[in-house]
Design a protein around this ligand. Structure first.
Ligand SMILES: [Cu+2]
Length: 120
């Protein structure tokens, strides 16, 4: 009986891990016009972490870093060749232009923070 319960808990934990790392897709936030999109950097996640934008148009992302760990100090857009330093407590605007429809990932330098621009 106890062993059965342990197995069920173990399976539930595996399911949770699979869901979090591979299946979970945060709800996309849609960019509206020329308004900057505020992205909070805290507790290991960008909020929002998925942002819908228009392809071929510059978009302003306003990073608000609350996480003091050095892990959070940069935002890198590898596929767009853009990187930015994020001082703590000072909102930092990063302007990027996704050239064509697709997904453009942005991360911290250790790739623990992860977000994506979804250009349409
Ligand atoms: Cu990091």
């Amino acid at each position: 009986m106890t062993a059965w319960a342990v197995n069920v808990i173990g399976l539930a934990l595996i399911g949770l891990i699979v869901w979090w790392f591979w299946l979970y897709r945060p709800k996309a936030e849609r960019a509206a016009g020329t308004q900057p999109i505020e992205i909070t950097v805290a507790d290991g996640v960008y909020t929002p972490a998925r942002i819908e934008v228009a392809a071929g148009k510059p978009v302003t992302l306003r990073f608000i870093r609350k996480d003091p760990s050095p892990c959070a100090e940069k935002a890198l857009f590898d596929s767009l060749g853009v990187s930015a330093d994020l001082p703590i407590g000072k909102p930092t605007d990063v302007i990027v232009t996704p050239p064509q429809p697709g997904e453009y990932e942005f991360t911290c330098q250790m790739r623990m923070y992860r977000g994506a621009l979804v250009a349409r």
